[in-house]
Design a binder for this molecule. Structure first.
Ligand SMILES: [Zn+2]
Length: 426
């Protein structure tokens, strides 16, 4: 028999580390802590292997021992946890109106956040602005940073972290991850902002559903799809790009060059334009929010109309995918109940009743959803950490490994890398 190659041994060790770490992170069904014996049972690894891996993780500070569980006859077992602060994630939101970056812990809590207006930043200047912001938040990071996750506008190739096209920033074939890596030498992942939002709900949200759609409505409209517990991006990363679906061929010109895209009817700029047409003067989003909250009938009517247009798009998604949990996020969601009611009514009215009847459409409760989603992207890809959906069957040890097509940028020893070892990759 041929001996296992060094590479195979290293892969096996990395695989076991990820599996054990993910199992400890998730804990029991009720979130309870696990012992080494529990981990061995769940992972089907031997007790010896689990003990060795746990020793490595303890030494790296990725795992800690916290008290003892109930005894089942013998000595009470030591319980294990992944400390929230074991590693720091840097999450970045390259939003339409502001860029935000935050240091986030392993449970999705924002530790420190910085923000800068981004409305007018364009091309390379916008990239430089993002780099400055990332540098700023890195300086405040209190603990070993595992990398940087970025939610970017437009079409993003998540395998190499390049922005294929983002009209708002005049970016085309922008190798964003490579640029960030060359500046900071940390593993960097980039996803479309709506897809990041879906990951935030999936990894840090309350529901733990296997299937989930998050629709982000701001200057643009995009949906992020989590199907069978994984981000679904389609054949060319564009799954969920519903904003530029033509819904009114006789409608208004869209910034993409077409006529009557969903964005021209249901986005924030579309709403503000509709309000201006109704009242004869321009209005800022903040003022529109106030007027709607105060019950102004003209503003409310425009909000309801925008919601109804979105709702018909949501109905089409329900028909295509029959996903039962749909979450609405982004600046438009601040209109709250009147807008949500309009979206729900139109969605239910435009999808097959049986399908629409068991779908919930709700406003997302996660603040800073793109920052957290970008952090979740980093955490799942780099550490394999996530919470498995409750209702789906348990999967065997492949779980927690990144899809084979995803190559992390600036890869160094995955779990044991710390901020202090930057640049010592191997
Ligand atoms: Zn368009």
């Amino acid at each position: 028999m041929e001996p296992l190659s060094k590479a195979t041994l290293r892969e096996t060790r990395e695989h076991n580390e990820r599996l054990v770490l993910a199992t400890i992170y998730e804990g029991g069904q009720d979130g309870s802590l696990l012992s080494r014996a529990d981990v061995a049972r769940r992972t089907k690894l031997t007790r010896t292997t689990v003990s060795a891996v746990v020793d490595t993780l303890l030494a790296a500070g990725m795992v800690a021992e916290v008290g003892r569980g109930p005894s089942t006859g013998g000595k009470a077992p030591i319980l294990l946890t992944v400390p929230d602060a074991a590693r720091v994630l840097i999450g970045v939101d390259l939003g339409d109106r502001a860029f935000a970056a935050a240091a986030v812990n392993l449970r999705g809590e924002v530790l420190h956040r910085v923000e800068v207006p981004s409305e007018d930043a364009d091309g390379p200047e916008a990239v430089e602005l993002a780099l400055r912001l990332i540098g700023e938040v890195l300086e405040t990071a209190d603990g070993p940073v595992i990398g940087i996750g970025i939610g970017a506008p437009g079409l993003v190739d998540t395998t190499d972290g390049a922005v294929i096209q983002a009209v708002k920033r005049s970016w085309r074939e922008l190798p964003l991850a490579d640029i960030v890596v060359s500046r900071f030498d940390l593993p960097t992942y980039v996803a479309n902002d709506s897809q990041a939002a879906a990951l935030a709900e999936h990894v840090f949200g309350p529901a733990r559903a296997a299937n989930l759609i998050v629709i982000k409505v701001g200057e643009g409209i995009g949906a992020g799809l989590v199907l069978n517990g994984s981000l679904f991006q389609g054949d060319g990363f564009g799954a969920g790009e519903i904003g530029h679906t033509v819904v009114d061929p006789h409608g208004l010109a869209c910034r993409c060059g077409r006529i009557g895209c969903l964005e021209t009817l249901a986005s924030v700029p579309a709403l503000l334009a509709a309000i201006e047409a109704r009242i004869g003067r321009p209005m800022q989003l903040e003022d529109a929010l106030d007027a709607s909250a105060a019950g102004d009938p003209t503003i409310r009517a425009a909000v309801v109309e925008a919601g109804a247009c979105l709702g018909r798009g949501v109905g089409a998604l329900i028909g295509a995918l029959h996903v039962r949990r749909i979450v609405l996020a982004g600046p438009m969601a601040a209109f709250g109940e009147p807008w949500l009611a309009a979206v729900r009514e139109a969605a239910r009215g435009s999808a097959l009743a049986t399908l629409a009847g068991d779908t919930t459409i709700e406003l997302g409760g996660i603040e800073d959803i793109v920052v957290l989603g970008a952090s979740a992207l980093l955490m799942t890809r780099e550490l394999g950490l996530s919470l498995r959906p409750l209702q789906s069957p348990r999967r065997e040890p492949t779980l927690g490994r990144p899809p084979a097509t995803v190559a992390p940028r600036a890869r160094a020893g995955v779990l044991l890398r710390t901020g202090a070892q930057r640049g010592g990759g191997g």
